[in-house]
Design a protein around this ligand. Structure first.
Ligand code: UT7
Length: 333
């Protein structure tokens, strides 16, 4: 029987900055309260990068932990993908190139993936295709964000929601006749029609930064929370159903659903709509808030640390975010 190449997650790791900011801390900055934030989002704390800490600094820590777990020297990595909406620099160089140099991955190509909170899911699928086609053997996928750097700390509609952090996974080629490990399939989708619902309006080529004219607050992220909420509830369900249909699996086959950690209420609404017990979803938003592209790999690392992931378990990741983008993966652990 012909052997097929599978993309197996060999090691994962995460890193969050040490500075921990509670809801009560935020209530000193804007007109909000622990009660409002927790009841509307499920968030209690978030970790915030230091002034001199950029996205690549977090990414490097997570990457080194994932490589160590995998027992893979950085020199063996063929490709580095950094999913981020908060790169060290606008446009170029990519954050992936900075990570490549810092971890000593001297034989790797490097590029960023811009799919906001769905970025890690896009990265996993990109790695799968490169590996299954035999192009690369070792692909490092990183989700890393310092959203605190593009947050308007005077806007209570957004500043209570986000946190900083990074998570990484090393995917390695593995030849087996019958796969019970690795990325089984993915679903990637987008809805660019609503691009303006969640965006950083100024500083790109559509509305460039004009020295002396651009109001500083226009450089921060802007969001229509209600619209994102409605979109999220609908596409989370659609993604789960699409992935199950594509694989012929049922919900009972899935050990855990690992959603993008944006808002517990979004997950609850999706669980209710699809009649899925909430316990099937892994949640750690209470401690880390929404870390965008980092939220799923941080969650997976947390789960591994807690002993929740066993070989052969089927894990379904699902996310949504700026773009708008959405999608998911099914992984054999
Ligand atoms: O990764 C993707 C990123 N984005 C998201 O996931 C966001 C998705 N959206 C959401 O999670 C929710 O829409 C929010 C948590 C952002 C907002 O919750 P909501 O229940 O949709 O609240 P709302 O926007 O309808 O606002 C309700 C009220 C408003 O006051 P009025 O107009 O009714 O007087 C807001 O001004 O809550 C007020 N409000 C706040 N009050 C205290 C909004 N933010 C706050 C706050 N503290 N931080």
């Amino acid at each position: 029987m012909k052997q097929k190449i599978h993309a197996v997650i060999k090691g994962i790791g995460s890193y969050v900055p040490s500075k921990r900011v509670s809801n009560d801390d935020l209530a000193k900055l804007v007109d909000t309260s622990d009660e409002w934030i927790y009841s509307h989002t499920g968030i209690k704390n978030r970790h915030i990068a230091a002034e001199n800490e950029a996205t690549s600094d977090l990414a490097v820590q997570a990457a080194q932990r994932a490589l160590e777990k995998a027992g893979c020297p950085a020199s063996m990595v063929d490709l580095i993908l950094v999913a981020t909406a908060t790169p060290d620099y606008l446009g170029f160089p990519s954050t992936a190139c900075i990570v490549q140099d810092r971890i000593g991955a001297e034989n790797a190509g490097a590029m960023d993936i811009v799919a906001a909170c769905t970025g890690f899911i896009y990265g996993i699928e990109t790695a799968r295709v490169f590996i299954e086609t035999g192009t690369y053997k070792h692909v490092l996928v990183i989700g890393a964000e310092t959203l605190s750097k593009i947050t308007d700390w005077k806007d209570r509609n957004t500043c209570v929601l986000f946190g900083d952090g990074a998570g990484a996974a090393l995917l390695t080629a593995c030849e087996e006749v019958s796969p019970k490990r690795g990325v089984l399939t993915s679903y990637l989708a987008s809805y660019g029609k609503d691009a303006e619902v969640l965006l950083r309006p100024v500083g790109g080529t559509r509305v460039p930064f004009v020295p002396g004219t651009t109001p500083p607050e226009d450089m921060f992220l802007r969001m229509n929370g209600r619209k994102v909420y409605t979109f999220a509830v609908s596409v989370l369900g659609k993604t789960i159903e699409t992935l199950l249909k594509k694989t012929g699996l049922s919900l009972q086959d899935i050990r855990y659903i690992v959603p993008h950690q944006a808002n517990v209420r979004i997950i609850e609404a999706c669980a209710k709509r699809l009649d899925i017990p909430l316990e099937k979803f892994f949640l750690n938003i209470e401690e880390f808030a929404n870390t965008s592209a980092a939220s799923i790999p941080i969650a997976l690392t947390d789960m591994e640390r807690q002993g929740l992931l066993h070989p052969g378990d089927l894990i379904l990741t699902v996310g949504f975010g700026g773009g708008l983008t959405y999608g998911g993966n099914i992984l054999y652990w």
